[in-house]
Design a protein. Structure first.
Length: 131
């Protein structure tokens, strides 16, 4: 049998059911996850659990996010709901200063405030924070 043809017929039927009948209703609703950066950001527990053994995390919006570097991983670990932005910045500076595996420390430290703000905004948009 021709499975490709059968799949095409099935897709056509489902599309007609969805667009021309009341049998299927599609709804779009905004995410319950915070979009704005909370005062005390908290990384969701699933992401923290995944970080222990992998370099990818699945966000609350089902986005696969790759964590490529030690500083980003440390940021996610530090966001436990007890630290404000200034505390995160201080902890990251200490981490970078004490980590011998990080190269270009001066350049990284110079742009750290901007990087932190951009990262917090992006992490919120991607659904990494606990609601």
């Amino acid at each position: 049998e021709n499975w490709d043809e059968q799949k095409k017929i099935t897709r056509t039927i489902l599309l007609q059911l969805g667009t021309q009948t009341d049998l299927i209703e599609l709804h779009v609703s905004p995410s319950a996850d915070p979009i704005e950066r909370p005062e005390l950001p908290r990384t969701n527990r699933l992401s923290l659990w995944q970080l222990r053994d992998a370099s990818n995390i699945l966000t609350r919006l089902n986005k696969d996010l790759q964590v490529n570097d030690a500083v980003s991983k440390r940021l996610l670990e530090l966001m436990d709901g007890t630290r404000e932005r200034a505390d995160l910045l201080y902890e990251l500076k200490v981490f970078i200063g004490n980590n011998d595996e990080i190269g270009s420390k001066e350049e990284l430290l110079d742009g750290l405030e901007t990087w932190l703000d951009e990262s917090l905004a992006e992490l919120g948009r991607l659904g990494v924070f606990e609601p």
